[in-house]
Design a protein around this ligand. Structure first.
Ligand SMILES: Cc1cc2nc3c(=O)[nH]c(=O)nc-3n(C[C@H](O)[C@H](O)[C@H](O)COP(=O)(O)OP(=O)(O)OC[C@H]3O[C@@H](n4cnc5c(N)ncnc54)[C@H](O)[C@@H]3O)c2cc1C
Length: 495
């Protein structure tokens, strides 16, 4: 007798009547052909792949609800998907389960400038929100480098960040409320149109839950008034340590830039090869953006410039003079991941966080590990909030290099945790990092998190197998893991 949670067939088969029901609900919005399904077999983390049984493309929240109800009835796991740009395997399909793509729920439903709000469907592309509110002098602040393609639904699930989250906060700061289809198919509203709705902060729980608590079908976002002036400075240092010291000094002095980004020599070379942003050759490049009233920005920029010089930046320090120049500077930074393809056939994007002051020590360790593994590591940082993106370069065609790269990327994460940081700053845990959760959390902590999961999704149907190193049965009591009798008899297995 299989456990209910194991009713998902491991061989990738579901009840044909289930697919028939989906087909009559969605018509051409259901994909079942093997070739087409392969488009959905992975997200941006391409080394993990699972072909789903089917991909559903609903056009309305009611259709999402009907699909989820069918899944609940048949005990079929489902994985929500936005644009599939996630880098932690969050949208990786589940064996024997279906993918629910939110691509067709891509409408901006309302813009309420007087109250600085927009209501959007989850498949809306991040950059489209700013494009829509820009004529009114507003913008949507969270700006992942993937913002021209990733969706707001994906951003909500990952609590995505971006260069400007240092000052403006991550996605969670900008989500006021949500409409959500819970894993049993119930459609609920959480949060609201105003800040700090009474009761538990359920929006705060849902944002960053990586699709494990249900599917967002509507999102109420805050938009922000565009500052009077924005200025962007480029400062070249001999090393990332010198640039890092300038970052700590700027922030310790009470200046809160809109963004502070850092790139090392290898990252600069790759970005230059890809977009010719005009970056100087140096060991550590700082990009500091200030925004606000003109007089304030001018005064603070003078102080930032002096601090950069005091920490050894090469004069003259360049401040972009036109909007076009700023855009080119940002293009280089935002293209940095993809630009790695210019200098290496393959690469792993790592995402870890450290206290800013630990930067010199962590960089030294990364260099040591990189030399030991014989693999190059390029570094791109959201330096203001200590979020590192080491890019481990390798060549899959050389036997053993991929494994060595994966090991190196894992070792880098461990250093981040040992330095008092975290295994992820913004890309999420997904399938990729779930084994590292135990590096940061003790078993009782993980069990407590699972209790939240079980309250929303006792059957573990919504994106199972992500975030947690193992999936307990919701009826389990907290405490050391005891195998279920059916596992011991070999009739069911945990996955
Ligand atoms: C070149 C590049 C640069 C990047 N830069 C950044 C960056 O600067 N900052 C950053 O934070 N990330 C960055 N990312 C990672 C990625 O773009 C973000 O995680 C993004 O939020 C994913 O959005 P998506 O629409 O592609 O979601 P997907 O990858 O499709 O899904 C991501 C997760 O969201 C869940 N999900 C999707 N839609 C919903 C929904 N409606 N309801 C519930 N769950 C849902 C999925 O199940 C999955 O777990 C980058 C990625 C790339 C490839």
């Amino acid at each position: 007798m299989p456990l209910r949670r194991h009713a998902i067939a491991k061989g990738g088969k579901v009840n044909p009547a289930f697919l028939d029901s989906l087909r009559s609900l969605l018509g051409d919005g259901l994909i079942t052909s093997r070739e087409e399904l392969r488009t959905y077999e992975c997200d941006g983390l391409t080394n993990l792949r699972v072909v789903p049984v089917a991909v559903a493309l609903p056009s309305t929240a009611e259709q999402v609800q009907a699909i989820v109800r069918l899944c609940a009835r048949e005990h079929v796991a489902f994985v929500a998907r936005g644009s599939g740009t996630g880098l932690s395997g969050g949208a990786l399909p589940v064996e024997g389960g279906i993918v629910i793509s939110l691509a067709r729920l891509n409408h901006i439903l309302a813009v309420d400038i007087a109250n600085a709000r927009a209501v959007v469907e989850p498949g809306v592309i991040n950059a489209a929100v700013t494009q829509l509110v820009a004529p009114f002098g507003y913008f949507y602040a969270p700006d992942p480098s993937s913002q021209s393609v990733c969706t707001i639904g994906g951003n909500v699930a990952e609590n995505s960040g971006g260069a400007h989250c240092l000052k403006y906060g991550f996605t969670t700061t900008h989500v006021l409320g949500l409409e959500v289809v819970l894993p049993d198919g119930e459609l609920v509203q959480i949060g609201g149109k105003t800040l700090d709705a009474p009761g538990y902060d359920l929006s705060g729980v849902f944002v960053g839950a990586e699709g494990t608590l249900g599917i967002a079908t509507k999102i109420i976002l805050r938009v922000v008034k565009r500052p009077e002036v924005i200025q962007t400075l480029l400062a070249a240092f001999d090393s990332t340590n010198a640039a890092g010291a300038a970052v700590s000094d700027i922030i310790a002095s009470g200046i809160l830039p809109a963004a502070i980004e850092m790139m090392d020599r290898l990252a600069i070379q790759a970005a230059e090869a890809a977009v010719h942003a005009g970056y100087p050759e140096c060991g550590g490049l700082l990009l500091v953006e200030l925004d606000g009233p003109a007089a304030e920005v001018e005064a603070l920029m003078a102080r930032v410039r002096l601090k950069c010089l005091a920490h050894g930046a090469s004069p003259p320090i360049h401040v972009a003079q036109t909007e076009q120049e700023r855009a080119v500077i940002w293009k280089g930074r935002k293209a940095a991941f993809a630009a790695m393809g210019r200098i290496s056939p393959n690469y792993i994007v790592q995402d870890g966080v450290i206290p800013r002051t630990a930067l010199p020590q962590v960089m030294e360790e990364i260099e040591r590990l990189s030399a030991q593994a014989g693999l190059r590591v390029a570094n791109v940082f959201h330096a203001g909030d200590g979020n590192l993106h080491p890019l481990v370069l390798y060549d899959r065609r050389i036997a053993g290099q991929e494994e060595a790269a994966e090991q190196l990327a894992a070792d880098i994460l461990k250093i981040c945790v040992q330095a008092g940081g975290s295994i992820t700053g913004e890309h999420g845990v997904g399938a990729d990092k779930k084994m590292f959760m135990s590096e940061m959390f003790a078993e009782p902590d993980l069990e407590t998190m699972q209790l939240v999961r079980c309250a929303f999704d006792p059957e573990h149907l919504s994106n199972p197998g992500k975030i947690f190193p193992r999936t307990p049965l919701c009826a389990e009591r907290p405490g050391p893991y005891v195998p279920h009798p059916l596992e011991l008899s070999g009739e069911a297995q945990l996955f």
